[in-house]
Design a protein around this ligand. Structure first.
Ligand SMILES: [Zn+2]
Length: 252
């Protein structure tokens, strides 16, 4: 396999490797993103639940006070009729005292019921409003989670395609080139190629020897950057890939 073809493939393998790294990041970050989306919902939902609980508590308190009021009215009525049948002054005074007590408790409960009415009304409005919103929030969470899961699915599919394409490209690549790629990919954070331009490595900006630069430019032999050790290629290799394609194009 000629040098140009080897570099063609190395450029494509580099593209695939970078895309795969990006896809791996999407997959790794997905659980955190979903957790964030759900945490945001839990927070809003907690506010909703707090208002709902306050409403229910107050509503149930109100019902119990109304029952108490009915009982007190009943008791008062009974004492008032008892009053007609008393035998002496002492009994009369005792029943009057009971009636007064009933009246005091009635007015105390009535005041509490009136006070609670305002709060209940405002809680009811708040609750209706939140009810509507919380459903929207639920839908929103669902749709955001679907988006993340869709991105993960796409990333996995791309990774699998990339692995297959890469394996095809590496299949009959000279073993020296294959080994160099694997070693540099490990030791250079996944970037094993460096573009040479204007006589300089574009990754570390150290000059390439003029003779080596010429040979890289003409794809005559494989050279490594003297500083960052990456495999050097020239833009014309990429242009050839996009344009003329394979063959012996791109001569001086
Ligand atoms: Zn370099």
């Amino acid at each position: 396999m000629d040098i140009q073809e080897q570099l063609h493939r190395a450029v494509r393998i580099q593209e695939l490797a970078l895309q795969t790294a990006a896809d791996r990041k999407i997959i790794e970050e997905a659980p955190g993103r979903i957790e964030e989306i759900e945490a945001r919902f839990r927070e809003r939902n907690a506010e909703y639940v707090a208002v709902k609980e306050r409403f229910e508590e107050l509503d149930s308190d109100q019902k119990s006070r109304n029952n108490t009021l009915a009982e007190l009215e009943e008791a008062k009525k009974k004492y008032q009729s008892d009053l007609m049948q008393v035998q002496n002054q002492r009994e009369y005074a005792a029943i009057l005292k009971e009636i007064d007590e009933c009246k005091a408790r009635i007015s105390e409960n009535e005041e509490a019921v009136l006070r609670a009415m305002d709060e209940l009304e405002s809680l009811k409005g708040d609750l209706d409003n939140r009810n509507e919103h919380i459903q929207q929030e639920r839908d929103q969470v669902e749709s955001e989670r679907n988006t993340v899961e869709g991105e993960v699915k796409d990333a996995k599919a791309r990774m699998s395609d990339a692995a297959e394409e890469r394996s095809g490209l590496e299949d009959d690549l000279p073993s020296l080139m294959k080994a160099a790629i694997a070693k540099l990919e490990q030791s250079r954070q996944g970037i094993f190629l460096a573009k040479a331009e204007d006589g300089t490595c574009q990754v570390c900006y150290v000059r390439v020897r003029p003779q080596a630069y010429q040979e890289v430019k003409l794809a005559q032999s494989i050279h490594y950057c003297g500083s960052c050790k990456r495999i050097l290629y020239h833009q014309r290799i990429v242009d050839d890939m996009a344009g003329v394609g394979h063959g012996k194009g791109g001569t001086a």
